[in-house]
Design a protein around this ligand. Structure first.
Ligand code: AHM
Ligand code: MG
Length: 354
């Protein structure tokens, strides 16, 4: 069976499909973006974003290729150095970073790049009009165990008249024009927003193309799943502790919440987007500003989750309203299904007013 989505793309819809039915009218990421741009841009589309996205796709494919063969070509293990925020770098962190920087430079469309692995911003030559922020390989401590990791990215437009400075990226997440992640698991899955909903693409290795497989992702309004590193309970504030404790008390006739924590933000977020529930990395007394970085971890995920109908907060403030004080600034974060995140906010409100 086929149906037509809001972009006018026809997609197979599962029920009624024969196992032998082969899709021949597939929508590639490039086709999707071209169609979306021409439908929305009016007369202003220059094709620059499409070219930027092509370079991003190339980086994802190249990183996916290296992750897949990592064990075979001795790419697992530490590189012997630490990055800008003091984390031990894996060999794949270094390679992922190089791939990303080279792809963004080669696009000719990027002026400013922020990478988790680089202390300072990189300003490229040329007249690129975009700023890209990225964590080339997030969750890399999981790499050697073959657990899914991912690349997280966000895109700002260069400010009017700017020649490329740090001010172009020290901006609220709500100013991002696109964001997403690619999860490197059994297959490479790219989840993208350009501010008009969320769409998911799967890399077809034989075609070398990202194919639209999850059109218009909507996060369920609620779901009894929580995802957090509970080993940190002793460091949490009262609101956070009470909130997570409340999830373990079954309602009359019901069940307590299920815990699911991979420890790889992209994989935990992918499940949360598709199944619903809440993912959190709260600020605590050990990490007063949280662990996850605003620009290239919290903002892109918050942008995606809001576009999918969910919420993202640090408990007191909407994540996308925060303005980072520096490029590697951190924040506590709770994000996911609308009704689940609202409960956290209620706990924070209760404790604020005491
Ligand atoms: P990284 O950017 O150094 O990989 O760290 C970020 C990762 C996230 O993917 C994940 O959610 C979190 O760190 C896990 O941290 P912890 O091991 O403290 O639970
Ligand atoms: Mg990271």
């Amino acid at each position: 069976m086929t149906s037509t989505d809001h972009n006018g793309f026809s997609t197979s819809t599962g029920s009624g499909d024969s196992l032998n039915e082969i899709r021949t009218d597939i929508v590639t990421l490039t086709r999707f973006i071209l169609t979306e741009q021409s439908a929305r841009a009016g007369t202003t589309a220059t094709g620059d974003f499409t070219l930027l996205l092509n370079s991003l796709q190339f980086a994802f494919k190249f990183i996916a290729h290296n992750i897949r063969r990592a064990t075979l070509v001795n790419l697992i293990g530490l590189a012997g150095a630490s990055n800008a925020t003091g984390d031990d770098q894996k060999k794949l962190d270094v390679i992922g970073d190089e791939i990303f920087i080279n792809a963004m430079r080669a696009s000719g469309k990027v002026k400013v790049l922020v990478s988790e692995e680089q202390e300072d911003i990189i300003v490229f030559e040329g007249d690129g009009r975009y700023c890209v922020v990225c964590d080339p390989i997030d969750g890399s401590s999981n790499l050697d165990a073959g657990v899914s990791v991912g690349t997280i990215f966000g895109v700002y437009k260069l400010q009017e008249g700017s020649t490329g400075t740090i001010e172009d990226v020290l901006r609220a997440g709500s100013e991002m024009v696109a964001a997403g992640y690619t999860m490197y698991g059994a297959s490479a899955n790219l989840v993208l927003t350009t501010g008009h909903g969320v769409n998911g693409f799967t890399l077809d290795n034989a075609l070398g193309e990202f194919i639209l497989t999850h059109p218009d992702i909507r996060i369920p309004k609620s779901r009894s799943i929580y995802s957090v590193n509970e080993g940190n309970t002793v460091y949490w504030d009262t609101a956070t502790r009470e909130y997570f404790e409340s999830l373990k008390i079954p309602p009359a006739g019901g069940k307590p919440y299920s815990a699911r924590y991979i420890g790889s933000m992209v994989a935990d977020m992918h499940r949360t987007l598709l199944y619903g529930g809440i993912f959190a990395y709260p600020a605590d007394v050990k990490s007063k500003n949280g662990k996850l970085r605003l620009l290239y971890e919290c903002f892109p995920m918050a942008f995606l989750v809001e576009q999918a109908g969910g919420l993202a907060t640090n408990g007191k403030q909407r994540i996308l309203d925060i303005v980072p004080s520096q490029i590697h600034a951190r924040s506590g974060i709770f994000l996911g299904s609308e009704l689940e995140v609202q409960k956290v906010v209620e706990y924070y409100n209760k404790h604020e007013s005491v």
